[in-house]
Design a protein around this ligand. Structure first.
Ligand code: ZN
Length: 348
């Protein structure tokens, strides 16, 4: 880490899923020692000044041993008991990691705990669920998961569940796809508002987005989404959605996935300039202002630009913001301060 490295709080990664998948297939990969298969591990986090982030728990569909997962299977609906078991497994992985790390990784349940972890030079890990399949309509699982440390939740991933429907990944495509939140989904939003759990809009379809907008009492947040006008993926946000997020004084985290950055939507072509990433940031700033833009890398869940490569490359993006004349204050806001204040505003 160089002297002028800016700490980064990252709104989205899938590192816990990578670690869980490795454990299930009896592969030893160590987050603490580092592993080249991971975008985020402890040595690379230190090199890139990663202060912490929302660490997602995502449940893939059941898989037959030895058979690769087809993409169409990913969108099939999940049984709640199965999803809860998988969620517990990934959460246990996070707690085990924190315990073995001797305080180098700290599970944080509040913005204050994130600040304390940052002072310790630890990686602050806040738990997020991407797709609420593990949660029952009576919210018993929600209550227990909250007590365990869950502080952020996307009601759906890009598939349907009892709470609503996600956006597909077709390109080019609109997020306007299918019905919005169910009554249970609206109740989930109210319950999360009450408990102090952030609602993530990133994988919701457009009607679901508007439903959260009308039900939620908190600022609107998309943890890892980009600009639809620059890349017409249904996962990106239209100008109308950005306007609504701005009106709620909400926030968007820049997604590094090349398929959500590139104008051609090619999710396998990693030749994407740092400037292109800053173009999305600049567009978001125009709509959302200095307090409404942050980072949400999607590390360990997507292909990222060559020039970033993994979390150790985060400071290259910071350098590009400097080269585009973003001041130090704005850069710090985008890098970590906006995330911490948004969590505070959400009651976390
Ligand atoms: Zn995602």
């Amino acid at each position: 880490m160089t002297d002028n490295a800016v700490p980064i709080f990252d709104g989205h990664n899938d590192t816990l899923l990578r670690l869980d998948m490795a454990r299930r297939s009896n592969k030893t990969i160590s987050f603490l020692k580092g592993d080249k298969s991971l975008h985020i591990d402890f040595p690379k986090a230190q090199a890139g000044a990663l202060a912490g982030g929302l660490f997602a728990i995502f449940v893939p569909p059941p898989q037959e041993p030895g058979k690769p997962l087809e993409f169409s299977q990913m969108q099939q609906e999940l049984d709640q008991g199965y999803a809860l078991n998988q969620t517990l497994s990934m959460m246990a992985g996070a707690f085990r990691l924190a315990r073995q790390s001797k305080a180098r990784v700290q599970i944080c349940r509040s913005s204050l705990e994130i600040k304390m972890a940052m002072e310790d030079g630890a990686v602050a890990l806040m738990l997020h669920i991407e797709g609420a399949e593990a949660i029952d309509a009576d919210f018993d699982a929600l209550e227990v998961l909250y007590a365990a440390g869950l502080r952020s939740l996307g009601p759906v991933w890009s598939r349907s569940n009892i709470f609503g429907h996600g956006v597909p990944f077709n390109f080019p495509g609109s997020p306007d796809h299918g019905p919005g939140l169910t009554d249970a989904g609206k109740e989930l939003v109210r319950e999360c508002n009450k408990l102090g759990i952030l609602i993530d809009l990133s994988h919701l379809n457009e009607q679901g987005f508007w439903d959260v907008n009308s039900v939620s009492t908190k600022p609107l947040v998309a943890t890892h989404s980009n600009v639809h006008a620059l890349c017409e993926s249904p996962r990106n946000l239209t100008n109308d959605q950005l306007t609504a997020i701005a009106e709620s004084k909400g926030l968007v985290g820049l997604n590094y996935a090349v398929g959500f950055l590139r104008s051609d939507g090619d999710k396998f072509n990693r030749d994407v300039s740092l400037d292109r990433m800053v173009d999305h940031i600049a567009y978001l700033l125009d709509y959302l202002g200095e307090d409404g833009v942050a980072l949400g890398s999607d590390f360990d869940g997507a292909m990222v630009p060559n020039q970033i490569n993994d979390v150790s490359g985060n400071q290259a993006l910071i350098a590009q913001m400097r080269a585009r004349d973003f001041g130090d204050d704005l850069i710090e806001k985008i890098a970590y301060r906006n995330w911490i204040s948004m969590l505070e505003k959400t009651g976390i």
